[in-house]
Design a protein around this ligand. Structure first.
Ligand code: GUN
Ligand code: ZN
Length: 440
């Protein structure tokens, strides 16, 4: 045991209750790791060891700083697998459904990202807001402007965050000022892949907005790029709203379903992330499971825009990789705790029951798995990047009162998921460095 820790590098140690997952609690027993009095040992920005304080303390190299967070919970940073940074300034904009909301608020707001200074200003605020809410990785839509991607990755790189993002592709059914062409969109995306993909912690996502705003030629080129660069990501929206589904049917009359449009163009593959997935059928879900195409469940957005209720049971039946997401600005909160709260209610409305353990899994290792990043982020296996948060179970008077009266870890986590928000995040660390510290 003593040889596990060699006294080299820059060690830091953190004492608190520890929570992380090795598997999906819905399918595996012993998937949750809870150390009531735990110790997380970090070396050079990576997890060295995580476990019981009593077992690990004897092996800390002499002089290692020990941060005492007793009374709090240390867990992996949240992973938000679908969010639009340019929509930060239009969160909470009222509209009767997705399509009018896009027309009235989204497109005019995204127009402003032609200006790189504006893009940098919003990207900076957005990333500060994510880390304030305990999110350390996100899959992010920029706008159609390549400069919006440069601005985003520049700010992410400054904070050394692991982020995935891409330029929106949109060559029809949108205002002229946001329109690219199949050819220019592919060319600009490829240049951005070469510039940003795997530069430090940054990763690129090919980003056709959704089938209605891309011609067949554009989807064809997006699929070809996805094939040419198989370790990049691909993200889009699918089957969010019934009006949108009907529109896709009229635009692609030969497709078996909305999902089948993407399948036809070679866009279903590992590292593809599909937001919403409400109005799918079981053939679509089976195809997602087979191709390891992942779902971003966006409950605050789906309730806010009246899109529908995600069906957890049917997705689980086909073993589709699942993850949770805020979808700001359609979503109404940057907090993944608030997102869990709404996910729980969506599941209840569908007759399903989501355990707190499952929700915390979906917001951490579930996201990492959906992005094929298990072992890199999402839990505390040795060698994982040390992205973690310090959760405060007593962040508000009500939380303190409720969490003092819980009888199990499940009850404690459930209360935090229902009552918690940005105030519950005492500190956020990215690659072992503080990126947010709550002012008490
Ligand atoms: N579908 C196409 N674009 C968008 C968007 O920006 N937000 C949401 N929620 N759905 C979309
Ligand atoms: Zn979205």
């Amino acid at each position: 045991m003593a040889s596990i820790i060699t006294p080299t590098g820059t060690f830091q140690a953190y004492r608190a209750s520890l929570l992380h997952f090795s598997d999906d609690p819905a399918f595996a027993t012993n998937a949750c790791w809870w150390h009531e009095d735990g110790l997380l040992i970090v070396n050079d920005g990576k997890v060295h060891l995580a476990g019981d304080f009593s077992q690990l303390i004897a092996f800390l190299p002499q002089g290692t700083p020990l941060h005492d967070y007793r009374g709090k919970i240390i867990m992996p940073g949240f992973i938000d697998t679908h969010v639009h940074y340019p929509q930060t300034d239009m969160i909470a904009s009222p509209a009767p459904g997705l399509l009018p909301w896009l027309e009235k608020y989204t497109f005019p707001t995204e127009r402003k990202f032609a200006d790189p200074e504006h893009a940098a200003n919003v990207a900076s605020f957005f990333l500060d807001e994510l880390t304030r809410c305990g999110t350390t990785t996100a899959m992010v839509y920029c706008t159609v402007h390549p400069q919006s991607v440069d601005a985003f990755f520049t700010e992410s790189e400054k904070r050394n965050l692991r982020m995935v993002a891409g330029k929106v592709l949109m060559d029809r059914n949108c205002p002229d000022f946001l329109q690219d062409t199949a050819e220019s969109g592919a060319r600009e995306s490829e240049a951005l892949i070469k510039k940003w993909h795997k530069r430090g912690r940054q990763l690129y996502a090919i980003t056709p907005r959704f089938a209605p705003t891309s011609t067949e030629a554009q989807l064809e080129l997006a699929g070809a790029l996805a094939k040419a660069y198989p370790d990049t990501y691909l993200q889009t929206h699918v089957a969010e709203n019934t009006d949108e589904v009907a529109w896709v049917k009229s635009l692609f009359p030969n497709a078996r379903s909305y999902m089948d449009v993407y399948d036809h163009f070679g866009m279903m593959r590992p590292r593809s992330m599909y937001a919403h997935c409400i109005w799918l059928d079981d053939t679509d879900r089976a195809r997602m499971g087979e191709t390891q195409s992942a779902i971003s469940i966006c409950p605050t957005s789906n309730l806010f825009l009246g899109s529908g209720l995600f069906d957890f049971e049917r997705a689980d039946a086909k073993r589709v990789p699942l993850s949770l997401a805020t979808d700001v600005g359609g979503g109404t909160s940057f907090s993944m705790l608030q997102t869990m709260n709404e996910a729980y209610k969506v599941a209840r409305m569908g007759g399903t029951y989501l355990q707190a353990m499952r929700m915390f899994y979906l917001a951490t290792l579930g996201g990492a798995r959906a992005m094929q990043l298990e072992g890199t982020i999402g839990n505390f296996v040795p060698g994982a990047e040390a992205d973690f948060i310090v959760l405060d179970p007593k962040a508000t008077p009500l939380l303190a009162r409720r969490t003092e009266r819980t009888d199990s870890v499940e009850e404690l986590l459930f209360a935090i998921a229902m009552l918690g928000d940005d105030r519950s995040i005492s500190a956020t660390y990215a690659a072992g460095k503080v990126v947010h510290q709550r002012q008490d």
